[in-house]
Design a protein around this ligand. Structure first.
Ligand code: SAM
Length: 265
């Protein structure tokens, strides 16, 4: 990851030394001791300012809710959900960030409410666990197989999904026809046709940025997984919920998803 911080400049006490030892940090956590883990973050006080964009779209009382934070990094969002009363599972495929998250959970005294697991997005295919609330922030465009990933994420959502993704510029959405005649493919060039730009090399110096969808494509992909976009609380942020026909949509692609995740019948 390119946008990271190496922690506070001086580390002359136990917590400061621990922060320095666990660097680099992507999340600037404000710890009870008064320390911040990434005070010099290139994006500013990240992700506090992102959280403020979505905070009002998530119930303030999550008592009794289960939540899954996918690509949880150092756990910023997982901790916010736990403070609202949810029982949270945070998953990430990078042990470096999970070590930060587990340490911070103890600092916040939230380790009873938050559990961190080393798991990748595609590993969700092997679990039948479902969650009231799923956060999928900053991960979709890092996937080489984004629609497979989103299908797997959508299967886990009981009530709400908060999705954030890097996008291409442009807010247009075409009213797509039910069918496109073979000789009418110029339609696909319309600015509001769902598009996913493939990044073969790097974007922002990061070779794990594989795809940039336009806004129309994010909406279409969400629909295609059986969910729908309910709100857009901020730039590149989508609050989604299962449609009434979500189960039928999921069943229609179930064999393919199973085969792609090595679980053919
Ligand atoms: C850009 S950061 C976003 C972190 C956090 N969700 C946020 O929005 O602030 C991407 C995170 O997702 C994790 N990640 C990337 N690809 C993943 C995958 N396939 N499975 C699980 N975690 C992944 C990275 O290790 C990193 O912690």
């Amino acid at each position: 990851m390119t946008l990271q911080s190496h922690g506070p400049a001086s580390a002359d006490d136990t917590v400061g030394r621990r922060i320095a030892a666990l660097a680099p940090w992507f999340h600037n956590l404000h710890l009870p001791s008064g320390h911040e883990t990434a005070p010099d973050h290139p994006l500013g006080d990240f992700p506090s300012f992102k959280w403020r964009e979505i905070a009002d779209w998530i119930p303030s009382d999550l008592d009794g809710w289960s939540a899954l934070d996918i690509g949880c990094n150092a756990g910023f969002y997982a901790f916010e959900l736990a403070r609202r009363g949810a029982h949270v599972v945070g998953i990430d495929h990078d042990e470096h960030y999970l070590t930060q998250a587990r340490w911070a959970a103890r600092e916040f005294e939230l380790d009873e409410r938050v559990e961190f697991r080393r798991m990748g997005v595609y590993d969700l295919g092997a679990t039948s666990e479902r969650y009231d609330l799923v956060l999928f922030m900053g991960v979709l465009y890092h996937l080489r197989y984004p629609l497979l990933g989103l299908d797997l994420v959508a299967r886990c959502v009981k009530r709400l999904l908060v999705l954030q993704t890097l996008t291409m510029p442009g807010d247009e959405v075409v009213d797509a026809p039910g069918d496109v005649p073979i000789d009418d493919r110029e339609r696909l060039l319309a600015p509001g046709w769902p598009k996913l730009a493939f990044i073969e090399r790097e974007l922002a110096g990061d070779p794990t940025n594989w795809w940039a969808p336009n806004h129309a494509c994010v909406e279409a992909m969400v629909r295609s997984t059986g969910l729908e976009v309910r709100e857009r609380p901020g730039h590149e942020i989508y609050v989604c919920a299962p449609r009434d026909d979500a189960d039928a949509t999921r069943t229609a692609v179930a064999d393919e998803v199973r085969a792609a995740t090595g679980r053919s019948k």
